[in-house]
Design a protein around this ligand. Structure first.
Ligand code: ZN
Length: 243
């Protein structure tokens, strides 16, 4: 490890992180990433009137499994917070909040795009962090390998980081460990952080599926197997296993 990296790592080890935790593969990997680096880790989830409750249920299963299965992280994992952002459901008009078809059309954002979602999530997380003396936020936003959601881009996240830091007069850092990696590498990162027990936890408990379906267990975990999120997860897992 380079000296600069070691210094940055050492610095984080005394701090508190607040992880934006949805119960999916990406945010569970981010949670492990934070537990590996920070002294104390809290989590925050957002209830925004998602069409399905599967994500919110998965969060609880994962949070209770971690202390039991990962003794090295047990003492670090602290409060979980759930904030209501019902405004997103009120505004509606997306396939994640309303009964709309999931459509991915060339040259257009998919109907799963929830305008402003990550900006609102980060702003609410920062406000919570401000109250709790935490200035390090961790999120699973990723600009590669996905549908081109503009609020997942690194430029957007950096702009929000600047806005919340100025607006709350507090130096926030938004950590996005998955920003430039693809789904296969996200599986690999999970393996490096928590070994096979973490891979198993992600396979068994996380929800990535846009429809929140848990009826069928595939090689890569549960899901409908047909929506874009399931396809991406399946493809990433296949490439992760490939020699
Ligand atoms: Zn699905």
């Amino acid at each position: 490890m380079a000296d600069r990296q070691r210094m940055a790592y050492g610095k984080l080890m005394s701090k508190v992180a607040l992880v934006l935790f949805s119960g999916g593969q990406d945010s569970t990997t981010c949670l492990a990433w934070a537990l590996d680096r920070f002294a104390v880790v809290e989590t925050v989830g957002f209830d925004y009137g998602q069409r399905h409750r599967a994500e919110m249920d998965a969060r609880q299963r994962i949070l209770s499994a971690i202390p039991a299965r990962f003794p090295q992280w047990a003492g670090k994992l602290r409060e979980d917070h759930v904030l209501s952002l019902d405004v997103l459901r009120q505004i509606g008009g997306t396939a994640l909040t309303d009964d709309l078809e999931i459509e991915m059309k060339e040259g257009r954002l998919p109907t799963t795009f929830v305008p402003g979602r990550n900006i609102l999530f980060l702003t609410a997380a920062a406000a919570l962090g401000y109250r709790r003396g935490c200035r390090d936020l961790v999120g699973g936003m990723c600009e590669t390998d996905f549908s081109g959601y503009p609020d997942c881009r690194n430029d957007t996240i950096k702009a929000v980081q600047r806005a919340i830091s100025l607006g709350m007069n507090a130096p926030f850092t938004v950590h996005t460990p998955l920003m430039f990696i693809d789904k296969a590498t996200t599986w690999k990162l999970a393996q490096e952080l928590g070994g096979q027990p973490l891979i198993d936890l992600i396979l068994e408990e996380t929800v990535t599926c846009y429809l929140g379906i848990r009826a069928r267990r595939h090689e890569w975990g549960y899901g409908c197997g047909k929506c874009p999120a399931c396809k991406l997860r399946a493809e990433g897992y296949r490439r992760y296993l490939a020699p």
